[in-house]
Ligand binder design. Structure first.
Ligand SMILES: NC(=O)c1ccc[n+]([C@@H]2O[C@H](COP(=O)([O-])OP(=O)(O)OC[C@H]3O[C@@H](n4cnc5c(N)ncnc54)[C@H](OP(=O)(O)O)[C@@H]3O)[C@@H](O)[C@H]2O)c1
Length: 269
């Protein structure tokens, strides 16, 4: 595994995403069994960073994560749990309430990283960060971050947060470079902020291309692994692929061990 380090924090380059765990916008009991198996596989294989959100299956994803952690008796301190407050809950009282509900669903005492999921029209970031700063002071949240923020909003967040903004979680993959084009990747790298790449394999709609395929063949890896390895070879970039399939869950984690050459990185970039 490769890691990103800060003075008070070490994070693995690859974590486990949970969009669709337990359902999509609403809980889907038919998905519980396959969702619990995927979470068990991820923890057994050694994933320690789990990414979720209050609106994944309307909170049910968080409930299932909590259930598996308790059932497998995983030490809380060995995990790094990220969750997110949704754009409809960005007022001071709403943020405090949303975090409390998240902790109740996880049945945990703290969240390692709490993100603003999306900016919303008319949000008052001062108000939101007043609540987020309180959550950190109260020990309910260890670190703060944002998601889907452009450079301007990221700078505002840094100015309002009493602790460093450790990540901006945005879409980034071989085929989606929008947050490179808008300057977010470069800003993050220059300012010690992690760029957490979501949808790293384009939500399964990943398109193969000859460069990927030839590098994958030469390295006896899959194209998915090369696409993930390309992300995590980049400084200050981490990623959180999601899968229900145990062999995909394993191969995605192992992608962190692939060391691409400068030439291969250039070809893929
Ligand atoms: N902050 C945000 O706004 C935001 C938005 C979207 C996502 N996210 C987070 O980012 C995580 C990852 O993004 P995502 O779930 O959108 O998309 P993703 O990880 O790019 O793709 C997931 C899909 O790819 C397939 N897949 C994964 N690994 C594979 C492999 N090695 N070989 C073949 N197929 C593979 C999975 O199918 P199988 O189950 O068949 O393997 C699944 O359908 C989410 O789960 C969520 O935690 C955050």
């Amino acid at each position: 595994m490769k890691y990103e380090t800060f003075p008070n924090l070490t994070l693995p380059k690859i974590g486990f995403g949970t969009w669709k765990i337990g359902g999509e916008s609403f809980p889907n009991p038919k998905m519980d069994s396959v969702s619990l198996s995927a979470l068990r596989s991820a923890l057994e294989l050694g994933y320690t960073h789990i990414d979720t959100a209050e609106n994944y299956a309307n909170g049910h994803s968080e409930e299932l994560i909590g259930q598996v952690v308790r059932e497998m008796r995983v030490q809380r301190e060995s995990l790094f749990i990220t969750s997110k407050v949704e754009p409809e809950h960005l007022k001071y009282e709403q943020v405090l309430k949303a975090c409390q509900a998240c902790l109740r669903r996880l049945q945990m005492d703290y969240i390692d990283l709490y993100l603003i999921h999306w900016p919303s029209v008319g949000m008052k970031l001062e108000d939101t960060f007043r609540a987020l700063n309180k959550l950190v002071k109260d020990g309910k949240v260890k670190h703060l971050g944002v998601s889907n923020f452009d450079v301007k909003l990221l700078k505002q967040s840094q100015a309002l947060s009493e602790t460093p903004i450790i990540t901006n979680q945005v879409p980034y993959s071989i085929s989606n470079r929008s947050y490179v084009k808008n300057g977010v990747l470069e800003y993050c790298q220059q300012n010690n902020i992690l760029l957490t790449a979501y949808s790293p394999v384009d939500q399964g709609r990943f398109r193969l291309n000859p460069t990927l395929e030839s590098i994958a063949k030469a390295r006896s890896a899959t194209s998915y692994q090369i696409a993930i390895a390309w992300l995590v070879m980049q400084p200050r970039v981490i990623t959180i692929p999601m899968s229900f399939n145990p062999s995909h869950i394993k191969e995605n984690l192992e992608a962190a061990d692939i060391l691409l050459s400068d030439e291969e990185m250039k070809q893929l970039s």
